[in-house]
Design a protein around this ligand. Structure first.
Ligand code: ADP
Ligand code: UDP
Length: 236
């Protein structure tokens, strides 16, 4: 399968149409942004790591019964995915307090929750991805009630599978963001990516950060952290 014209260039990926109207090719970039695009930089080798890691994790989720957009990895940076109409919600699951949760509620980072939490942000860069609940999403007709129920159930299932998988590798899955989309027949599948750009991952022993927070917070060792997660996942 080959790339045809570019459909979209986002902050971390380019998206191309293909000869198959139901398939797209995504191409992962090394570009990194934070704080709604205010902070910009590059993380050398990130595109290849995120591509391979996201495909690996989505393949694993498929085996656990979670439908995803993943079709085929073409090369280091490029993957064929099923074309979806993205539900404009960022679905965030949290197991441990961090980031905007800690800030919003005035608590420290690192409080482990008894039960995971779920929240939605409206995927809209102009508005800065505002937080919203499922009633707001329904009112704005971003998704139907059934779709929201499906998305919630799938997101918690993804958490169960990933949390256990990462813990086995000595990594705590602190929180993460998912995106879902509709196939042409309306089926909801997991889309976009799962990577250290979209997950907070802490070493289970030392609590060292192994994710994009190293970039957001100018902590250094960003490339090394991404490589370390990759090494633990794939033994390389
Ligand atoms: P952003 O748009 O936030 O800058 P990216 O650079 O990651 O993000 O761009 C990838 C875009 O492709 C995102 O808008 C994402 O919602 C969209 N996308 C991800 N998977 C699919 C898919 N299977 N079909 C259609 N669009 C997708
Ligand atoms: N996240 C993401 N994209 C976004 C916002 C958040 O991938 O546009 C991820 C982020 O990496 C973290 C989780 O979602 O793993 C929760 O992020 P949070 O709400 O704490 O926001 P942040 O601290 O990134 O502003």
């Amino acid at each position: 399968m080959e790339k045809k014209e570019q459909l979209y260039e986002g902050k971390a990926k380019k998206v191309f149409v293909t000869e198959d109207p139901e398939k797209l090719i995504v191409s992962y970039k090394d570009d990194a942004t934070a704080f709604n695009g205010l902070k910009k930089g590059t993380i050398s080798g990130k595109g290849a790591i995120n591509n391979r890691m996201s495909n690996f994790l989505m393949g694993m989720l498929e085996k656990h019964g979670v439908p995803t957009h993943f079709v085929e990895e073409l090369n280091d940076r490029e993957t064929v995915v099923k074309k979806v109409s993205i539900v404009p919600l960022e679905v965030i699951i949290r197991n441990i307090s961090a980031g905007s949760f800690a800030k919003r509620y005035g608590v420290e980072e690192g409080i482990a929750f008894e039960e995971p939490t779920i929240e939605f942000s409206y995927k809209n860069d102009d508005l800065g991805d505002p937080l919203m609940n499922s009633y707001h999403a329904l009112a704005l007709k971003l998704a139907t009630k059934e779709e929201i129920e499906t998305i919630k159930a799938m997101a918690f299932r993804v958490n169960e599978v990933l949390k256990a998988y990462f813990l086995n590798l000595g990594i705590e899955l602190v929180d993460f963001k998912l995106e879902f989309g509709r196939l042409s027949d309306g089926t909801i599948v997991l889309a976009d990516e799962i990577s250290p750009d979209t997950c907070r991952l802490w070493d289970a022993k030392t609590h060292e950060k192994l994710d994009k927070d190293r970039f957001r917070r100018d902590m250094g060792g960003v490339e090394e952290a991404y490589q370390e997660v990759m090494r633990r996942l794939m033994g390389e």
